[in-house]
Every structure is written in C-alpha cells, then in structure tokens.
Design a protein. Structure first.
Length: 302
C-alpha cells in the first residue's frame, strides 16, 4: 500500500473499535440504521445466499437483521479488532478489510455495515470483496457518506483557526455518493446501485455528540491528526459555535449522518445485459410524444 492513500491510522481504528466493543449496545443506533437498510435491500432480492461473509462485526446485530432473509447455511464474520470478532457468533476471523484471507469464489453474499469508511484503499477492498464472491454473488455495503458530521467539522475547524491560528484534520473524509457507483464499476461489479439517506440526530450539546462517537468507535483516526489533548478553549469554542449555529428551539443541537448503501453483483453470464446501440424497437421521440430534431437545431417559436 502506498503512502499517498494511507489516510487513516489503522492501529487507531482497531484500538477504538476494540475499546467500544464491550459497551457498543448503548451506542448502536447508527449501526442499526445501516443494518436495516441492508436488510431492506435483501427483501427486494429473490433467492437465498447459502454462504455469507460479514466484514466489520457489530456483535450479532447484522446477522439478526439479515439472517432469515439471506437464507444462510454458513455465516462467517471478519473484523480487524479481536474483541469485535469475539463478540460475534458463528465462524469468526480476525482480518483487515483490505487484506482478506479468503479464496476466490468462496461466498454467495459479502456484506458490510458501517466499516469500510475506515479503509485506506477502498477500491482495493471492494476488488477483494468481489474476488471472494462466486459468479452472480451479491455485494451489499453501507458506509458513512460525505455529508456526515458536516456541522461538527465546520465548528471544530473554525474554533481551532480562531484560537490557535491553524487547524489539524479532525473529522474523517467520507465517501461521496457521486463517486461510489464508479468505485463499484472499477471493482468489476455488475449492475451497481448506490443510494443515500441523511439522518439527523439531536443531542443536548456537542459534548454528548462526541461521547456517542467514542462509544461507537468512530473517533478521529486520521494519520495526520493532532496528537495529545486538544486545548480546552478550542473544544469550548467549538461547542459554543455549534450551539449558535445548529441549536433548535429546545436548545438541542442537530448532527447529520449520511448512510450510503452500495449494491453490486459479481459478473455472471445469466445476468441482464445492456442492449447494443441501435437495437431499440421504438424511437425515443415516439415514446415521449415529441418531434425529433437534428442536434443543434432549435425548436421554433409559436
């Protein structure tokens, strides 16, 4: 892996996830929201997926959400943090999402809930996940998107600039929904579908929000983050800015979480294929009830 794409400190990611594992049930609302969206996608798909790989364990949360829908006869859970893998049930493996130890064509379904936004090489991780899939196998991923924590990001930046005259990265760069479809295609997945939901959660104050992030194992793990404790006046100013800008009439602040859901299939000969250009049986103009004009010709004014 080259330095240019090592955005995250993976040791810090593992440490934070391990620390959060024991008490994660108190802070699992976001993971539950992601799991529900993945389960909804499976509801729309006919057939069973006998062998399932879950990447990024959150206890039994995802398995409970999709187990019956998937029709799994074998269920493997992999996580980079030992306590997270240990908290899961069934077959468990400690493994990095970017270095999967599985043979090609091993699974019918590879699924991941709110874990891949910590991958340094997301395209590479998706390629490995596709490689694990059997032909016509399904990839289902939920991850945090670019609109996540936009309020906190701006307030921390402005507070640090105001107090110290400089700023260090404090909130992770999340995937942009507009780029996600291209990542699926780059990984060699067929029939890619991407959608996103924006959740707004209210908190008593910025301190309560950051306490939840720690409880979820989602604190700052950027390689270029400032080491050591942040000055108290910076955090106090960030909290004040947050309250000024984003508090409602009840005094509670709003925090945004964007969940991006990606769906793709391992290529197979029996999948639907796009028609060749010029093979349509009806002209688009006829279907729309309009008059076709050569390119560059403007419609007349009546």
């Amino acid at each position: 892996m080259v330095d240019e794409i090592r955005v995250f400190d993976r040791r810090a990611v593992r440490r934070q996830r391990a620390r959060a594992a024991a008490d994660f049930a108190r802070f699992d609302f976001l993971a539950r929201a992601g799991a529900e969206r993945l389960a909804d996608r499976l509801d729309d798909i006919k057939g069973a997926f006998g062998c399932v790989l879950e990447l990024g364990a959150r206890g039994a949360l995802l398995r409970e959400a999709i187990g019956a829908r998937a029709g799994a006869t074998a269920y493997v859970v992999a996580d980079s943090a030992l306590p997270c893998a240990a908290a899961a049930s069934g077959l468990r493996v400690v493994a990095e999402e970017e270095w999967l130890p599985f043979a090609a064509d091993s699974f019918d379904l590879v699924i991941s809930n709110l874990a891949l936004h910590w991958a340094n090489d997301l395209p590479g991780a998706l390629i490995q996940m596709r490689r694990c899939l059997r032909p016509d196998g399904l990839l289902l991923v939920s991850m945090l998107g670019g609109r996540t924590l936009i309020e906190l990001r701006a307030c921390l930046l402005d507070a640090e600039l105001e107090i110290t005259g400089g700023a260090s990265p404090r909130v992770s760069p999340f995937v942009d929904m507009r780029d996600a479809g291209g990542l699926l295609q780059r990984a060699g997945l067929a029939l890619p579908v991407v959608d996103a939901d924006l959740l707004t959660v209210s908190y008593a104050d910025a301190t309560a929000l950051m306490r939840d992030l720690r409880g979820m194992g989602e604190s700052n793990a950027l390689r270029e983050r400032r080491r050591g404790f942040t000055r108290g006046e910076v955090m106090a100013r960030a909290a004040a800015l947050y309250a000024e800008r984003h508090a409602g009439g009840d005094g509670r602040i709003a925090a945004s979480f964007e969940i991006v859901t990606l769906t793709g299939w391992s290529p197979a000969a029996n999948q639907p294929q796009p028609l060749k250009p010029g093979s349509a049986s009806m002209r688009l103009a006829d279907a729309l009830g309009t008059q076709e004009r050569p390119a560059g010709e403007k419609a007349g004014r009546g």
